[in-house]
Design a protein around this ligand. Sequence first.
Ligand code: HEM
Length: 169
Amino acid sequence: MTTPPDLLDPLEERRALQDTESKIAIAGHPLHAMLVAFPIALTFSTLGADLLYAWTGAPFWAQAAGYAMFAAFTMGVLAGLTGTAELLLVRGIRNRSASWTHFILAVMLLSLLGANWVLRIGDPEGAVLPVGLALSLVAAGMTAMTGWHGGKLVFDYQIGTRTDGSGRP
Ligand code: HEM
């Protein structure tokens, strides 16, 4: 007599897929959500400083933009590492295509932030016009898209939250 194939319980499968609660968290508060505020604010600060340099010509603004972009990149990488850990460790996050869309947007953004910082090393003033400012403009747009999409993960799909999944679309 042949042995029956291993049976799967679809309900158990479903339950595992509904598990989207953050694992990289302090007392249930995801570190990623705490960290993303920094690259978002610092990218827009860089754009502001670049515009002020273009307007006033004061070297201070070009230097401020260089430091702000360095901080935006390093904090963005830190936020990206916590987000990637969630993505790989939490089954319900890993199994949703929206999480991967956010990952792709974020990695493109981080490369842009890195390029915008490296460009400024050694010559923060010369780097602003026109390439630095152009990169800052594109980076601000990409940050808005990535941040908006991250919010969509949490508020529309309840990814990263403790839920039974009944409220998901
Ligand atoms: C590089 C890889 C990244 C991955 C894999 C990733 C993944 C995630 C995941 C899984 C969530 C759901 C909440 C959680 O589980 O913590 C999330 C939320 C979010 N992400 Fe990312 N993320 C990445 C980078 C970024 C970056 C660079 C930004 C900055 C623009 C960003 C902005 C956001 C925002 C604003 C939220 C919503 C946070 C909230 O309101 O609670 N993410 N991300």
